[in-house]
Design a protein around this ligand. Sequence first.
Ligand code: IPE
Ligand code: IPE
Ligand code: MG
Length: 225
Amino acid sequence: MNKARHIAIIMDGNGRWAELREQKRVKGHEAGAKVVRAITEFCSCDKDIERLTLYAFSTENWKRPRLEVEFLMKLLQKYLDSELENYLQNNIRFEPIGDIRAFSKSLRQTIQNVKEKTAHCDGLVQSLALNYGAHDEILRAVNKIKNSQDDITEAMLGNALDCKHNVDLIIRTGGDKRLSNFLLWQAAYAELFFTDTLWPDFTTNELEKIIKDFTKIERRFGGLK
Ligand code: IPE
Ligand code: IPE
Ligand code: MG
């Protein structure tokens, strides 16, 4: 039976969830943040799950209206401020990925602070992908190692990435079937699950069902059964 040690989720559909309720898109982001908390807590209680990587803001999301981007930044700040206690209580280590140099100084400090304060936690690792894009991640990694005397190996590149761990299971909510520049290197052999459920409606029950289906898949990694 497969174990979903590293689960990654493309949390999509917040805007549509709000629009369906004739609310502003940002209300969907607010509702989505609560689901992040619930799903993270659920994963922290499952001993088989070591990592949960959540796509929160892509390198392309800057294209959105300024007010929506500003709201997302404030929401992230609020989420991390209120979450530190919860991370510690549940023994969760916070390891952000992505290029946070583009964020404000105070947001960068908050991110750094939560990362440092949870560094000793040895339960679930929750990675939020913040200003993350796989192309950007790979380019930054290549630039880090390009002056090496030797030819670049798969291990060298893999270790220079923000996320150094292959993904077992990628889930995308919101109905679209694409990766939108998420973990392209690490997803080489990931199992992909797409659900129409909009992220604010996603539940631990649905996650449990997906994990159950995942455990039954025959993963061959290019070999034979
Ligand atoms: C995902 O939900 C959250 C972010 C990208 C920050 P969306 O905001 O993309 O919601 P839809 O896809 O427009 O419904
Ligand atoms: C992917 O959702 C990014 C996040 C969930 C943070 P998008 O809504 O940005 O993706 P596209 O534009 O539909 O591909
Ligand atoms: Mg979307």
